[in-house]
Each structure stands twice: as structure tokens, then as C-alpha cells.
Design a binder for this molecule. Structure first.
Ligand code: HEC
Ligand code: HEC
Length: 314
């Protein structure tokens, strides 16, 4: 009897360390492309509905002065608005003044200051590797006070539902642009890029609902996520595993963060990160919770979980 249990344990642990990803996941860690988004209507200055501010595209994309289209409840700290040249870009430039971020970055709204601070420490010490490299470099250049200030501010923001998830085997033809965002081919400066459909393959295709406002770094970003047919239901079944820690609606508990409504691409990056040990937390106990569990998840499980999680209200 002892023998069998030992043999079984050995087989499981061998299996766990040998798990490698068979699928090509490069679509979830997008490399900066050379394509540029060309506004449908080129203007000198742009604005958003309800805002009193007018900014040029150059001003909107200024890494050291993030657009603040609407007054925020609590004043944006300097580190969030301006960053710290030359190494630390304005946090709100990528994560937006709403903390909602884009699929190629991360949503910070809806997380606690403590959790955010822990992640920044993990980036700084490279216990967590950001595929883009940005967070590792920037976090290492932040003071303890700046980490706290930015985390307190983002931690006070309320997230909104950002994703419309559509199951479909055929998806619009897309490319990755120079901001790592996936956009429909017809919005790129490349000539002869005709709109059309292609197979989804093993990817999640996330594109802006309204590219014109998303490209202005609107705080109310909205995205469509195309996922494989059947994935949402399969993910829902698997997600019973997650509720003990992330809560019944996956909106977070004192143990684990709010994951409801996150970008599927982001969730896929994190689950593979836990599994492949490129994402370790600064708290050994917390970190081991996800790394242990993620080993039992197959590539398909991870895909389906991500599809389901995105449908939830944060
Ligand atoms: C150039 C774009 C960019 C800028 C500027 C930026 N970030 Fe990030 N941030 C990212 C990316 C990319 C990720 C990680 C994505 C991943 O792990 O898949 C991320 C992730 C994070 C996370 C982890 C979120 C989570 O749910 O675990 C925190 C916290 C964070 N950033 C804080 C900040 C702060 C604070 C600043 C300003 C000092 C900042 N970021 C500036 C791109 C950026
Ligand atoms: C035993 C408790 C536990 C269970 C069960 C659990 N998690 Fe987690 N999860 C955590 C903790 C703790 C963290 C934060 C880790 C850290 O501090 O980096 C986390 C983090 C995450 C993150 C990263 C969030 C972010 O903002 O970056 C994702 C995604 C996630 N979990 C998904 C899942 C899914 C999907 C399941 C179910 C299959 C699951 N978790 C089950 C404890 C758990």
C-alpha cells in the first residue's frame, strides 16, 4: 500500500515539473509592433465626451504627463501623473486615470493598496517578471514612499465592467501595433490591409470596442474579447476551485485579490507565470497558494478560466 502511494506521489510530482506549455502563447505577451494607429479623423486637438480638456495626440502619448480627462475624486499623485524621468513613466499613461489599464498592461482598480505594494516590491526584486520589462525597471526605481502613494491612490479606485466576451471560431483580422495593442488591420497605417475574418486558433483576441476613444487613453476603456466556442461554460465549471480564496463572485477576499472581469490575456499571463515560476509573490505563503494550484491546471483549463473570469462584473 505504502509503495503504491509513493509511486503515485512520484508520478504526480514528475508530471508537475514536466508540464510545459504546448501551445504558442506569444499572442498573450505581445511584442511592440511597427504598425501605427491612424485616427479615423485626424485632428489637431482631441477631446472626450463630457471633458473640458483638448489635447494633441503627442500630448496624449506623453509618457511623463498622463492625460487626466476628468477630475478624479482624490487628487492624482505626481508619480501617477508625471512619473519620474527618465526611467519611471507616468503610471496613468498605461494604467489610465481610472486604473482600468489595457489588455497589454493590467487593471489596478479594485485591488487593495497592500496587494499593489506587494506586487511592486516583487517586480523590483524580480520575483515577478513582467513580460514587457517595464514594471521590473520602473518598480526598481521607486522609493518606498512613492510605492505607497501610488498604491494608496490606485487602491481607492472602483473598477467597471470592461469586457464583452464573444465565443466565435472566426475573428476579425488583427495586428499588434506600436503600443502592443491588438487592433483591427484596417486601423493600421499599412497599405493593403483589408478587413476580413480568420481562425481564432488557440488565441483570445482582444480589441477595443471603440478604438477612437481607447487610443485617446480614455479612462472608460472597453474591449471585446473573442474566445473559443464552449470555453466560457468549461471555465465556469473549473472556477469552483477558485472561490474558496477569491470569493464566490471572484471579487476578492482578505486572502486573495479581485479577479472578476479581468482581461483574459492578463489572466492567462498570470496563470502561466505562477506555473512557470516567473511570477512569485513577496509573501512566500501567499505565493505558494497560486503556484501549487496552477500546476494542476492544463493549458485548456487556463484558457477556459480566463474566458469565464472576463465575463464577470468586477
Ligand atoms: C509602459 C506601461 C506601464 C507603465 C507606465 C506602468 N505600468 Fe504597471 N504594468 C504594466 C504592465 C505591462 C504590467 C504587467 C502585465 C503582466 O504581468 O502581465 C503592469 C502591472 C502592474 C501591477 C500589477 C497588477 C496586478 O494586478 O498584479 C502594478 C501594481 C503596477 N503595474 C503598478 C504600476 C505603477 C505604480 C506605475 C507607476 C509608477 C506603473 N505600474 C506604470 C505596464 C505599465
Ligand atoms: C488557496 C487560495 C487560492 C485559490 C484556491 C486560488 N487563488 Fe488565485 N490567488 C491567490 C492569492 C493569494 C493571490 C495573490 C498572489 C500574490 O500575492 O501574488 C492570487 C492571485 C491570482 C491571480 C493574479 C491576480 C492579479 O491581479 O494579478 C489570478 C489571475 C488568480 N489568482 C486566478 C485564480 C484562479 C483562476 C483560480 C481557480 C482556478 C485561483 N486563482 C484559485 C489565492 C488563491
Amino acid at each position: 500500500m505504502k509503495y503504491i502511494i509513493f509511486a503515485l506521489g512520484f508520478a504526480i510530482s514528475l508530471n508537475a515539473t514536466n508540464i510545459k506549455t504546448n501551445n504558442d502563447l506569444s499572442w498573450s505577451t505581445p511584442k511592440r509592433g511597427t504598425y501605427k494607429y491612424v485616427p479615423i479623423k485626424v485632428q489637431k486637438k482631441y477631446t472626450l465626451k463630457g471633458s473640458k480638456i483638448f489635447l494633441s495626440m503627442k500630448e496624449i502619448n506623453n509618457q511623463f504627463n498622463a492625460p487626466e480627462w476628468f477630475k478624479t475624486k482624490i487628487k492624482m499623485p505626481n508619480i501617477v501623473k508625471y512619473g519620474k524621468a527618465p526611467k519611471v513613466w507616468a503610471c496613468a499613461s498605461c494604467h489610465l486615470s481610472s486604473g482600468m489599464g489595457h489588455p497589454e498592461s493590467a487593471r489596478l482598480a479594485g485591488l487593495t493598496s497592500q496587494y499593489l505594494q506587494a506586487q511592486l516590491r516583487a517586480f523590483a526584486t524580480k520575483k515577478r517578471i513582467d513580460y514587457s520589462g517595464h514594471m521590473n525597471e520602473m518598480a526598481a526605481n521607486l522609493t518606498k514612499a512613492e510605492i505607497k502613494e501610488a498604491s494608496d491612490w490606485f487602491g481607492a479606485l472602483t473598477p467597471h465592467k470592461e469586457y464583452k466576451v464573444i465565443e466565435s471560431a472566426r475573428v476579425p483580422k488583427t495586428i499588434i501595433d506600436d503600443s502592443r495593442m491588438r487592433i483591427k488591420v484596417e486601423y493600421s497605417n499599412k497599405k493593403n490591409n483589408k478587413a476580413g475574418l480568420e481562425d481564432i486558433k488557440n488565441r483570445v483576441i482582444e480589441i477595443p470596442k471603440n478604438i477612437a476613444t481607447v487610443k485617446l487613453r480614455s479612462p472608460n476603456a472597453g474591449f471585446i474579447a473573442y474566445v473559443k466556442p464552449g470555453s466560457i461554460k468549461a471555465g465556469e465549471l473549473k472556477a469552483t476551485l477558485c472561490k474558496a480564496c477569491h470569493g464566490v463572485n471572484l471579487k476578492g477576499t482578505t486572502i486573495a485579490p479581485n479577479i472578476a472581469g479581468l482581461s483574459p490575456m492578463y489572466v492567462i499571463r498570470q496563470l502561466h507565470g505562477f506555473k512557470n515560476k516567473t511570477r512569485a509573490g513577496v509573501n512566500a505563503d501567499k505565493n505558494s497558494m497560486m503556484s501549487g494550484l496552477s500546476k494542476s491546471l492544463s493549458d485548456d483549463d487556463i484558457y477556459n478560466l480566463a474566458a469565464f473570469v472576463a465575463t464577470l462584473n468586477p
